[in-house]
Design a protein around this ligand. Structure first.
Ligand code: ATR
Length: 279
């Protein structure tokens, strides 16, 4: 049983740590590797992978859109998002799915088991690939209202148009208006990421309705926005939970077993992130 994460670059992916941890816990002899694949070789890599004994692949940046074109059958979510993060091979058929958004939902439920999405408004910073997956999943889970706040307003508007009854776009310059009434704030941008653009500052005390802040950035482990949310008494949910939860259905599909010992996995990953933080 062989699977891999495919991207470029892919060196820093934590997916091998997650899958190899679960393989080890289950006592399975499976293998999970990282594969650096260039854009021009992606389609061939995917179509040959089944012949080479892979049971499936995870797809990461920048290949999620292009990989979709190599699939024979797509899930409704993958089709709607125009991107895949999970490919499985069954009876010579290449099946594409997208588990990112539901991974986000599960990571919230893990920390807030009683959450009602219907009763809460969600403010999303960003309108890129990650935002698309999260907004789609929030909408599917009947979120009361979604505001999409982005530097490029047109992208926010185009995305909000897909969810007309629920979503409203805002320019990043109008962030105050976009945060109004939201009980959750989710950063889906690369702001604050190691090596990425600097983050904006948010004075959480000025937005007392915000109860919870989630940053999908997990490197560094604690972003500046997470620090300032914590200081203001806002509950913080880190991005590692989304990564772990999007991997759950992948592990089940690749190896036919349930992932075990999530608590232990989180401490393994947190220790690894601490090491990276100190680098
Ligand atoms: P991903 O697939 O990880 O979401 P992406 O599609 O490139 O990556 O999206 C990155 C997001 O981060 C976008 O919302 C982007 O804003 P723009 O659409 O305006 O480009 C946002 N982003 C990146 N750098 C930013 C910065 N310096 N300030 C504000 N937003 C930024």
């Amino acid at each position: 049983m062989k699977a891999a994460v495919v991207g470029n670059p892919v060196d820093h992916s934590l997916s091998p740590d997650i899958h190899n941890f679960w393989l080890n816990e289950a006592g399975l002899k499976g293998v999970y590797t990282k594969e650096t694949v260039r854009d021009e070789n992606l389609t061939d890599f995917i179509t040959n992978a089944a012949k080479e004994g892979f049971s499936g692949l995870n797809i990461t940046v920048p290949h999620k859109e292009k990989a979709l074109k190599a699939c024979d059958v797509l899930s409704a979510t993958a089709k709607e998002l125009g991107a895949v993060n999970l490919i499985t091979f069954k009876n010579g058929i290449i099946f594409g799915d997208n588990t990112d958004g539901q991974g986000f939902i599960e990571s919230i439920k893990e920390k807030l088991p009683n959450i009602s999405f219907e009763k809460n408004s969600f403010a999303i910073l960003g309108a890129g690939g990650a935002a698309k997956g999260i907004i789609h999943a929030l909408h599917k889970n009947n979120a009361k209202k979604i505001t999409i706040i982005n530097r490029n307003y047109k992208k926010a508007k185009d995305l909000a148009n897909k969810y007309k009854e629920t979503a409203v776009p805002f320019d990043l310059k109008d962030i105050k208006k976009g945060l109004n009434g939201a009980s959750f704030l989710i950063n889906t941008t690369t702001m604050g990421m190691r090596g990425g653009p600097a983050s904006i500052n948010i004075d959480f005390l000025s937005f007392p309705e915000i109860l919870c802040f989630t940053d999908i950035v997990y490197n560094p482990k604690t972003t500046n926005l997470m620090k300032s949310a914590t200081k203001s008494g806002v509950k913080v949910i880190g991005g590692i939970g989304m990564l772990v939860n999007q991997a759950v259905p992948a592990f089940q599909a690749f190896y036919g077993e349930e992932p075990r010992n999530l608590d232990k996995l989180y401490s393994v990953l947190e220790n690894k992130m601490k090491v990276i933080d100190n680098d």
